[in-house]
Design a binder for this molecule. Structure first.
Ligand SMILES: *[C@@H]1O[C@H](CO)[C@@H](O)[C@H](O)[C@H]1NC(C)=O
Ligand SMILES: [Zn+2]
Length: 420
């Protein structure tokens, strides 16, 4: 009996560990795009989410859903059938973006030749280890142009490096840009790496920006979450800090900034994907970034945050529908930037204030930066519009980064010419 208990215990423990350690797969999981037409359709989604685990891709919570909006969400394989039956019963038009999400995950790494190359590459998704190595190599190779600034550690103890790019002695104005605040948006860190490359060895008109501007670039904001998407759960979004009650992991770092904190578009529920944290800046990653920006606020003239997906260029406010005092100017800049972007491959972006263009959210980094006096505050939602969503294939990294570089450079040139 005693022995049997022991065996059972070992078996149960083994099961528990393997469940924790095994990388999650998504065979048969589906991503739906529903075309909400009526309040009843919206109500149905709310009802469904009480019974069925829905992972909202866009918008990032059911609370933001309204009639005449497309909503994308993921459903586990065992519940996908029930969801499609419910949608049909209630006559909600829908399409299935992914019939088998695991296939989509595998298909991301579609340019196999590059994928096989062991080192860092600008045209593939790099692991965190590769990115760290890359930051170190750049700082060594270009000592007069690139500095690696340690701004603090993540909750799991990984160092957060900002790359300072510029000929520091002549440049007094700076631009801060971060990527990867949401872990699963892989194209975002890829863009920050690409943009650093452009500043160092791109075309003349981009390279010359570093003579008069300092760029502070944080290639991965949510490092622990990013690592988690590589090792455990590709669909992870938040950081990796355990909640106070120990029942859930992760705060949405883009709800944790000190601006109308935990108000609209946020949740106080630690298990929620849009959990705002215990207090404003409760998360060490958000605090490190906020501290860095606060200590350089006199020189930082623009704040740029890179997300995916939906092809949008957004500016304040997020937390209210009220127009920002600088609305007109920001709108003009956004218009110019998306037109530059479109010029390369014809990719069209919408633009406007976050709240009305995408959906309202409180505690976001762009509003906070604006509130501390950084007038030129922008958020990009990169490719695509949902066909691949967070699983943008590697073969699109180059084009996505090339076109987005033009938009960011447009903003940088404007800021250089117009900020005091
Ligand atoms: C947030 O901002 C308010 C108002 O500026 C300030 O009083 C408060 O101390 C700040 N909180 C944190 C955590 O920084
Ligand atoms: Zn995001």
């Amino acid at each position: 009996m005693y022995k049997a208990m022991n065996v059972l215990l070992i078996w149960v423990c083994g099961l528990a560990t393997s469940a924790v350690l095994a990388k999650q797969t998504f065979h048969g999981d589906k991503v739906f795009r529903v075309k909400l037409q009526t309040e009843e359709h919206v109500a149905l989604i709310h009802k469904m989410k009480e019974k069925i685990k829905l992972d909202f891709w866009h918008p990032d919570t059911a609370d933001r859903m309204v009639p005449h909006m497309d909503a994308d969400f993921r459903v586990n394989s065992d519940q996908a059938h029930s969801v499609s039956i419910l949608l049909e019963q209630f006559s909600v038009p829908y399409e299935v973006l992914f019939h088998d999400l695991q296939e989509g995950i595998d298909a991301q790494l579609d340019n196999k030749k590059i994928q096989k190359s062991k080192g860092h590459s600008y045209t593939k998704y790099n692991t965190w280890e590769k990115i760290v190595e890359w930051t170190g190599n750049l700082a060594k190779k270009y000592p007069n142009l690139v500095k690696k600034v340690d701004i603090g550690k993540t909750v799991e103890g990984r160092p957060m490096y900002v790359l300072q790019v510029g000929n520091a002695n002549s440049a007094t104005k700076a631009i801060f840009m971060d990527c990867g605040i949401h872990a699963r948006e892989w194209i975002s860190p890829a863009f920050c790496q690409w943009f650093v490359k452009e500043l160092i060895k791109g075309k003349n008109n981009i390279r010359e920006l570093v003579k008069s501007l300092t760029f502070y670039i944080l290639p991965v904001f949510n490092i622990d979450g990013y690592v988690w998407t590589w090792t455990e759960d590709r669909m992870w979004r938040k950081n990796r800090s355990p909640s106070d009650d120990g029942n859930c992991v992760g705060t949405d770092l883009n709800r944790n900034f000190n601006i109308s904190w935990c108000d609209i578009g946020s949740s106080t529920e630690p298990c929620s994907e849009i959990y705002c944290g215990a207090t404003a800046e409760s998360e060490i990653e958000a605090k490190n970034v906020a501290n860095f920006i606060r200590s350089h606020v006199d020189s930082i003239k623009a704040y740029i945050s890179i997300h995916s997906y939906s092809q949008m260029l957004l500016y304040p406010f997020s937390y209210t529908y009220n127009l920002a005092p600088d609305h007109k100017e920001l709108d003009e800049i956004a218009k110019g930037a998306v037109s530059e972007l479109k010029g390369l491959y014809g990719t069209s972006y919408t633009y406007g204030p976050s709240a009305s263009t995408i959906y309202p959210t409180a505690g976001s980094s762009d509003d906070w930066a604006y509130s501390v006096g950084i007038k030129y505050s922008f958020t990009f939602e990169l490719r695509d519009k949902g066909k691949k969503g967070f699983l943008l294939p590697q073969s699109q990294i180059k084009a996505t980064c090339q076109e987005s570089t033009l938009a960011v450079a447009y903003i940088a040139k404007y800021v250089l010419a117009h900020s005091s």
